[in-house]
Design a protein around this ligand. Sequence first.
Ligand code: CTP
Length: 420
Amino acid sequence: MQVGVQRLSFPAILIADTGMELSGKRILLIISGGIAAYKSLDLIRRLRERGAAVRPIMTAAAQEFVTPLAVGALSASHVYLDLFSREDEQDVGHIRLARDNDLVVVAPASADLMAKMAHGLADDLASAVLLATDRPVLIAPAMNPKMWAAPATKRNVETLKGDGIRFIGPMAGEMAESNEAGLGRMAEPLEIVAAIAELLDGAPKPLAGKTAIVTSGPTHEPIDPVRYIANRSSGRQGHAIAAALAKLGADVTLVSGPVTIPDPAGVKTVHVERAEEMLEAVVSRLPADIAVMVAAVADWRVLSSADQKIKKQPGEAPAPLQLAENPDILKTVGHHGKRPRLVVGFAAETQDVEKNGRAKLERKGADMIVANDVSPETGIMGGARNRVKIISAKGVDEWPDLGKDEVAERLAALIASKLK
Ligand code: CTP
């Protein structure tokens, strides 16, 4: 069977997400039959966003649920369907297909395919590749709870675990195809991505499956097309926090004001200019599990910025700037109907750091405030180091003088421990 998708070997990365997490990794994705196959489409997208190349194999049953055309379009790869395809065998062959990758992922893994794997059957392309591979194999089972609980499946699971096959899920919950609930739902795509990342780099991912929104940098509030109100924020601390959360496995969106530093690796970065745009970018991405609002948002904007450059009028006093208060993004998120489980804010102070930090904790509805002294002599604003106090309802924890990357790592670890 031929699929109408352009033939490529391992596809080039087409989505411009910086995702270093799986950058350059080659994943052979086997999709077997089950309603959960619809989630495999999202899985492909998530993997490619993180820089992985995905080469898909579909069983005959999988094609009853999703089309090879959709799988091919999302993966930008040829989709392998038949063991006895003369063309595919001449091109890569099932033995090369089995080995020419960093990891084999089976999602969804049906009871039937697991049974074949456990018994070493090889009567179609998916099972033959699974028998022939010498790469690590991760499977995401998905089936009716009764099938998962059946003695035969239990035996097969034990056999597969004994053979070194890794499992993600199944999860408990409602089944897509019936009103039944129980153990059998396929893990969510992000959970599978996290398991893949963990398998490939070995580091623990305590924030796997969690989503985070981070704001960073200053905002620019236009006066006219060439002038704006700004502040000295560099975005270093916020960007470092976004990267640190991603390193622990979180799916991070960074909403950045105008900065000169690069987008951090492993993070989706959205660029905005004004406070109102930042608010919209943040709120439209709720719900999320974690919000860390680090941006130095301008408190005021020019009430009506000029469409044309404001010209000096000889002999006349400069036109006064009428200011309006900007929306408070942290406060909006802290009191939102879709409030994240953990809301963290910063407090940039030049005096009474602790007292002002506590007041902000209360006023903005945050769980934690990272307070720092940004008086010019500290060199914190725009600099590479930071000295912070962590203020929460429980009390105050004072951290030593640290690099902004270290503050970010500590904070990400603290966030992970709070969400446990
Ligand atoms: N913040 C925000 N939106 C604003 C102002 C601040 O989201 N319009 C957030 C910052 O990202 C930070 C926290 O609120 O997490 C505190 O910011 P800070 O500038 O210290 O406080 P302000 O609310 O601006 O209060 P003040 O200027 O009175 O210190």
